[in-house]
Design a protein around this ligand. Structure first.
Ligand code: KIV
Ligand code: ZN
Length: 521
């Protein structure tokens, strides 16, 4: 086995809660953000970019609370190149044992046009804002947004300015996923060779996946001298997403022979984080996604199965246990007891207290009554459902009866509890889900638009649970909901109610992508 202790350390900077959450629809509630930050910290992520504090009061609160709860990770907030953003960012991150301010400005010709700044004026702005950030915090990261489309001479000039003004990390973003591995490496080498002081700071790589090269580009940058990779769980992020944390970390682990760099990540926590991020963001992980996809360790073909049974390494380059996929995917059933459920949940990454176990056990028994075998993925879906549908919610499903047939329209008889009082209605629609949603709207007129309705089977078989994700928008705010049930229509109604409960509680998020791509002042 390779001794990695002497190898260069590559810092893992996770931006799931900032660049990931910025992806349209990937809204997370305050509590979910705190939970994900806690899991990232526990997994050994070096820096957590917790949000964009000036974007909204909600973002500010989330970053401050994450900062207060941080244990080992550096907590970073994003700020545009102006004093108000930087001050607000500092107010949020300063509670962390190790805070960082990350400030940026678009430096490519296209971005200079948007900000209407000349090259000289932009240099002055960078000098002033980085120095201001450094006066507040001794850990400052600076990014020239769209670096990969910025003229090299000008990129050297702005990077040198930021270093002189006090930046301790310089991040080189491939904002639009335009670069390719060789160019990504050459850019870092060029900066290291030409910029005075480049050897005194850490270079970071931040890649988007528009051409499917984010992981390759990030690793190439590391080989050229970058020592921080910016990434997200499941590659979540705007458009085609960011570099996936699980991909770069496992690539460095599995191919340590040719990429001799170490990270501080406990890779056995990857699967749990991947599942939680998928659940709370409402972004399903594609089945054939590298490392964390459902099929990543499945061997269907006869030749593959035979080979794997004789020697797992025949077709497996990593072990499922390495990413925290339980080696024993033993199905549970209605005769399984409380102790077995607790052990299984611990195996899946859930540490259940007595009261929580009691509640989950009741839900598990109800599921086992309807489904012969309850698999790991069923239990993960059940946990997510328990978190998103509580008895105490403003809206909850009491009773549902759907009448379907080849002759439409379909009909739904629905009883909802609204603020503690039961209400009944009978509605029709174009299909059972439409009928149910119409019934909900009749009982609870909300004025929101349904932007996304997505169903995914949790496991195989006709008794499989369905996970449903719903996204609503109203007045520029987005509200997501999820639920799982063996009955797809019931799961749909519960997911819809989950989104409406978030709307009722004001737990939506404004689409703040424009803040990043637009003007910087
Ligand atoms: O992609 C990008 O350029 C960014 C910056 C804000 C760092 O996310
Ligand atoms: Zn980005």
């Amino acid at each position: 086995m390779t001794d990695t202790t002497q190898q260069d350390r590559v810092l893992i900077f996770d931006t799931t809660l900032r660049d990931g959450e910025q992806s349209p629809g990937a809204t997370m509630s305050h509590d979910e953000k705190l939970e994900i930050a806690g899991l990232l910290d526990e997994m050994g992520v070096d820096v957590i970019e917790a949000g964009f504090p000036i974007a909204s009061e909600g973002d500010f609160q989330a970053v401050s609370d994450i900062a207060r709860n941080a244990r080992n990770a550096v907590i970073c907030g994003l700020a545009r190149a102006n004093f108000a953003d930087i001050d607000r960012c500092w107010e949020a991150v300063k509670h962390a044992p190790r805070p960082r301010i990350h400030t940026f400005i678009g430096t490519s010709p296209l971005h200079r046009d948007i900000t209407a700044l000349t090259q000289d004026a932009m240099v002055d702005r960078i000098q002033a804002t980085v120095a201001h950030a450094r006066n507040l915090c001794d850990n400052v990261q600076w990014s020239p947004m769209d670096a990969t489309r910025t003229e090299h001479d000008y990129l050297c000039r702005v990077v040198e300015t930021a270093i002189k003004a006090g930046a301790t990390t310089i991040n080189i973003p491939d904002t639009v996923g335009y670069t390719a591995p060789r160019e990504s490496a050459d850019l870092i080498r060029m900066l290291l060779a030409r910029v005075p002081g480049a050897d005194t700071i850490t270079f970071a790589t931040h890649c988007h996946n528009d051409l499917g090269m984010a992981t390759a580009n990030a690793l190439a940058a590391v080989e050229a001298g970058a020592r921080q990779i910016e990434c997200t769980i499941n590659g979540l992020g705007e458009r085609a997403g960011n570099t996936a944390l699980e991909e770069v970390v496992m690539a460095l682990k599995v191919r340590n022979d040719i990429m001799p760099y170490r990270t501080g990540i406990d890779t056995t926590k990857i699967m749990h984080l991947s599942r939680r991020v998928s659940q709370v963001s409402g972004f399903a992980v594609q089945f054939n996604k590298a490392v964390v996809g459902k099929n990543a360790f499945l061997h269907e073909s006869g030749i593959h199965q035979d080979g794997v049974l004789k020697n797992a390494q025949t077709f497996e380059i990593m072990r499922p246990e390495d990413i925290g996929l339980t080696a024993k995917n033993i199905a549970m059933g209605k005769h399984s007891g409380r102790a077995a459920l607790r052990a299984k949940m611990a195996d899946l990454g859930y540490d259940l207290g007595d009261n929580q176990l009691k509640d989950v056990f009741v839900r598990f028994k109800a599921l086992a009554d309807r489904k012969k075998e309850v698999y790991d993925d069923d239990l993960v879906a059940l946990m997510a459902d328990a978190a998103s549908n509580a008895e105490s919610d403003h809206l909850s499903l009491r009773k549902l009866r759907v009448i379907c047939g080849t002759e439409g329209p379909q009909e739904a008889e629905l009883t909802l509890s609204i603020g503690g009082a039961d209400h009944f209605v009978d509605a029709t629609g174009d299909g059972p889900v439409d009928a149910c949603f119409n019934a909900v709207k009749m009982l609870y007129p909300h004025g929101a638009t349904l932007d996304l309705y997505q169903v995914q089977a949790v496991t195989e078989g006709t008794d499989a649970q369905a996970t449903v994700s719903v996204r609503l928008s109203k007045d520029g705010r987005v509200f997501t909901g999820q639920s799982a049930d063996t009955d797809t229509v019931v799961a749909s109604v519960k997911a819809y109610l989950n989104a409406l409960n978030r709307m009722h509680a004001g737990q939506g998020r404004a689409n703040n992508a424009a803040l990043v791509t637009g003007r910087t002042s």
